[in-house]
Design a protein around this ligand. Structure first.
Ligand SMILES: *[C@@H]1O[C@H](CO)[C@@H](O)[C@H](O)[C@H]1NC(C)=O
Ligand SMILES: *[C@@H]1O[C@H](CO)[C@@H](O)[C@H](O)[C@H]1NC(C)=O
Ligand SMILES: *[C@@H]1O[C@H](CO)[C@@H](O)[C@H](O)[C@H]1NC(C)=O
Length: 516
């Protein structure tokens, strides 16, 4: 600046101000892609209907497009800003988080810590409100812990949440049962499942008048907290029909398929993981259920966070297969051997010796864990069974790396939707073709990227928190139809699983209270 003298002072400060704002403007928007056509931006997702769709963390999506309505395929930088607030004069306690998926789209998620009257959601592009925004709601938006927005029945909830009509897996799992009558089943379970506390840990739940009751059998019943949490969350949202279920708390499916068994004696056991040789009914694993319930809560790795925490895009990733995990199968040890012979193609290490402690000298040393998000610095990921299916599969599928899946008879609730070569690259159970498959991927980069996109798109529309709750409710709906003729009663000795007392949930707050 060359100005001087008292008279110039005011002018200088005005000029400086202009210069400074222009500079700031430049700073902010130089990183922002000017090819984004703001008025064509797509915004959608359950978080835009916060009064009707109650989730632990609500979320919606923003997709930037150019003037030809084509999505950008790379991050446009800080083009968008989002503000979510309550009735003017009252700022509700809301935590918000924007995740850049680095493909031209973003996830906005937010968590409410108290009921919020007249919430408004503003999405700005280059500083200007998008057409139609801000969205304003006249009623009260409740946090997930409040039982204030109740649906009368499962169907109403399913349709409000746009859940798909049904699932192949549910139809298939319930096929052996023409009806589920606990008079017989309970006796059968006492003779088998409940008998040996070292072999199985199983909880018997009854839902009666939308309250949750249970008795657990077995030595290790700590995982009942995951089942309690999801059942309580569901009964805060929907009036569930009365029903009685048995839930397996262990990883292994337990109901072996037998020929010529009287169908009324098959125990309808709900498990996290299925197997081709068992009759267990599967529902989402405790892992993905917990990460859906604790989204923006206790859990940091979830189906949304993983999408916004990947550093490198496809072209920048290291073209190697990356794997970390514990020593829970022979093939995991085998992988270490293969990796040592092919360190140019594989970076794999065990992080923990538990099952094969005596082999640590040979297959170790145990490496420090690294952040799961850093896995995706690498182009290729391996889904390798541990004791059962590897519960990281959903997170791998929704990432932008290519997933190699070991052939396996174990499955989670969604595997029947997936196809080899479409959603993942298949690898033999003994890993004998792993190197060949990695070489295929290296020499077929375009095909590999197509598989990545298909997998990602499947996971984005089927495995996010809302769809995980859909699956639970669809299963309970179909299941309860099989108990229509049974009278459901709370068994003697069952414990009531209470909803957590909440100091903030007053369902009768007026949306227009003046003193707010
Ligand atoms: C394997 O990956 C880790 C994590 O990125 C890295 O620290 C290590 O150096 C890699 N090992 C080899 C042999 O490249
Ligand atoms: C319930 O009872 C009716 C009448 O006996 C029968 O038609 C129906 O199939 C039964 N439903 C179930 C699920 O057992
Ligand atoms: C809300 O009000 C209704 C009727 O005015 C009452 O029956 C209900 O108990 C109230 N609920 C709470 C949580 O205060």
């Amino acid at each position: 600046m060359f100005f001087s003298g008292v008279k110039m002072k005011e002018i200088i400060s005005i000029k400086l101000l202009i210069f400074y704002s222009a500079f700031l403007y430049f700073q902010i928007f130089s990183r922002a892609d000017r090819s984004v056509k703001c008025s064509l931006t797509k915004v959608w997702g359950p978080g835009l209907d916060p009064e009707n769709i109650v989730l632990p963390a609500r979320y919606f999506f923003i997709e930037a497009v150019n003037e030809n309505k084509v999505s950008l395929n790379k991050s446009p930088g800080s083009v968008f800003s989002v503000e979510i607030k309550g009735l003017s004069g009252k700022s509700c306690r809301i935590w918000k988080n924007i995740l850049d998926r680095k493909d031209g789209s973003f996830i906005v998620r937010y968590k409410l810590y108290e009921p919020c009257p007249q919430i408004s959601i503003s999405v700005k592009c280059h500083g200007e409100d998008l057409p139609g925004f801000p969205f304003k709601f006249s009623g009260i938006t409740y946090p997930d812990e409040c039982s204030c927005k109740m649906y009368n029945n499962i169907d109403d909830w399913l349709s409000a949440n746009d859940c798909s009509a049904s699932h192949k897996q549910i139809i298939n799992d319930l096929k052996p049962f023409s009806s589920i009558n606990f008079e017989k089943i309970f006796h059968e379970a006492e003779q088998t499942l409940f008998k040996d506390p070292h072999k199985s840990s199983v909880c018997n739940y009854v839902i009666k008048n939308n309250e949750v009751y249970r008795t657990c059998y077995g030595q290790h019943t700590g995982f009942k907290m995951f089942v309690d949490a999801v059942l309580l969350s569901l009964t805060r949202k929907v009036n569930l029909p009365d029903l009685e279920i048995l839930v397996n708390l262990g990883d292994w499916p337990l109901i072996e398929k037998k020929k010529n068994l009287d169908a009324s004696k098959i125990i309808p056991l709900i498990s996290w993981c299925g197997n081709d040789v068992t009759w267990d009914i599967v529902w989402p694993t405790y892992d993905i259920t917990e990460s859906s319930l604790e989204n923006m809560g206790r859990v940091t790795l979830d189906m949304l966070s993983v999408q916004g925490n990947i550093d490198k895009v496809w072209e920048e990733k290291i073209p190697k297969l990356f794997w970390r995990g514990r020593d829970s199968s022979h093939e995991r040890l085998k992988l270490i051997e293969i990796a040592r012979q092919h360190s140019d193609l594989i970076n794999a290490s065990l992080t923990n010796f538990f099952f094969f402690r005596d082999l640590e000298a040979e297959y170790g040393p145990a490496m420090d864990r690294i952040s799961f998000f850093k896995f995706f610095d690498f182009k290729y990921q391996l889904n390798l069974d541990g004791t059962v299916a590897a519960y990281r599969f959903p997170y791998l599928l929704v990432s932008d790396s290519l997933v190699f899946k070991q052939d396996s008879t174990y499955y989670e609730h969604f595997y029947s939707d997936l196809q080899a070569w479409k959603h993942f690259v298949p690898v033999k159970k003994d890993l004998s073709d792993l190197i060949e498959k990695i070489k295929w991927a290296i020499s077929h980069d375009v095909d590999a990227l197509n598989i990545v996109k298909t997998a990602q798109s499947y996971a984005r529309s089927n495995l996010l928190p809302q769809q995980i709750f859909c699956y639970h409710l669809q299963l309970l709906k179909e299941y309860s139809k099989l108990q229509l003729n049974s009278s459901i009663t709370v068994r003697p000795g069952m414990e009531l699983v209470p909803q957590k007392e909440s100091s903030v949930c007053d369902c009768n707050v007026s949306a227009h209270r003046e003193e707010l």
